[in-house]
Design a protein around this ligand. Structure first.
Ligand code: PLP
Length: 355
């Protein structure tokens, strides 16, 4: 039995993978593969509509917001957000909480002034800055809700009149959030939603059309909203599998139910990290992510040995990101509690073996 602690791409429940694989041969008894069916067919239009409807339902998206599926990953959103929301000669505010935020900042600088309101760079991004002031003349304030590499997560979003733009790639659908608090949310699908290749964007419509610049069609949110996510050929398989996975989440009871499970999973793992003298967490306790649990060993020379033991228990993908080192256990929605139990067992066994 393998427990996949990899950070991505696309960790989904086994039953979703199974259903997806069947559709590769025969989609909905059409006798055609989901890969070959026309994206303009009524069958695929129904898939796309259901996927969008499920995002709306599961996240309680209010009226006045559009939901679209795009391509290009979250990385394309780093520039699309700025291109579509930052007016000519205007300013946007950013919170720098990791590599992904840095990349978003770099892209935004191509379109206007960027004010960095706070950064945790000096502490290798091991906490979420607090107590900063958001400039009231900013077109938007950009944050990253979960920092996949460093294992930090934003549990409180600032209350502000400045529209919040959030990169939610690695914790979307893992916990309840109030969409009305945000101007725009984007997420590469590949953690909790579906395969890489699709990106979900949720936009407050009234924010669009105010930049004064000409936006190329493929980069214009308005064009994709009007095209109902089919301005050009959509990533049909990614959207189909995302729909299956969102159905799975709905059947489970939705985001509130998975949030409880995610909290229990994270608490169990952090409890062992804090108890076991061989390990220590790297993120500030109050900002510890429930999706990516980062930790190191008190004695780094033992890391290889522990990795081997963990792998023998089926725990794969726990090696930390190259920029942080140590370990990172990514515990997305699809990872069952059994995976946590196996990793905790490996940590306890390791402790005993060292006595
Ligand atoms: N933002 C966050 C928080 C991520 O974790 C990632 C990738 O892991 C990205 C952005 C980049 O996403 P993509 O590879 O879809 O461009």
């Amino acid at each position: 039995m393998k427990h996949n602690f990899g950070a991505g791409p696309c960790i989904l429940p086994q039953e979703v993978f199974k259903e997806a694989s069947e559709a590769v041969l025969n989609f909905n008894n059409t006798g055609l593969s989901i890969l070959e069916i026309s994206h303009r067919s009524k069958e695929f239009i129904a898939v796309c509509e259901e996927a969008i409807q499920l995002v709306r339902e599961l996240m309680n998206v209010p009226e006045g917001y559009s939901v679209i599926f795009l391509q290009g990953g979250a990385s394309l959103q780093f520039l699309m957000t700025a291109m579509n929301l930052l007016p000519e000669g205007g300013k946007a505010a950013y919170l720098e909480t990791g590599v992904w935020a840095k990349k978003a900042i770099k892209e935004a600088k191509n379109f206007g002034e960027v004010e960095l309101v706070a950064s945790s760079k000096d502490a290798n991004f091991n906490f979420i800055p607090k107590g900063y002031t958001i400039p009231q003349d900013a077109a938007y304030f950009h944050v990253t809700s979960n920092n996949t590499i460093y294992g930090t997560e934003m549990f409180d979003f600032p209350k502000t009149n400045v529209p919040l733009v959030c990169d939610m790639s690695s914790d979307i659908m893992s916990r309840e959030i109030n969409v009305a608090d945000f101007g725009l949310i984007y997420a590469g699908a590949q953690k909790n939603i579906g395969p890489a290749g699709a990106t979900v964007v949720i936009i407050k419509d009234e924010l669009l059309g105010k930049t004064g610049r000409t936006i190329p069609s493929m980069l214009d949110y308005q064009v994709h909203i009007e095209g109902e996510s089919m301005f050009n050929t959509p990533p049909v398989f990614s959207i189909y599998v995302a729909m299956l996975n969102l159905r799975w989440l709905k059947a489970k009871g939705g985001v509130a139910v998975i949030e409880k499970e995610n909290t229990a999973k994270a608490e169990a793992l952090y409890a062992e990290i804090d108890r076991n003298p061989f390990f220590k967490g790297t993120a500030a306790k109050e900002d510890r992510s429930r999706m990516n649990v980062t930790f190191v060993m008190e004695n780094p020379e033992l890391e290889k040995e522990f990795l081997k033991l963990a792998e023998s228990k089926g725990c794969i993908g726990i090696k930390g990101h190259r920029s942080v080192g140590g370990f990172r256990a990514s515990i997305y929605n699809a990872l069952p509690i059994d995976g946590i139990n196996a990793l905790v067992e490996a940590m306890q066994e390791f402790e005993k073996s060292q006595k």
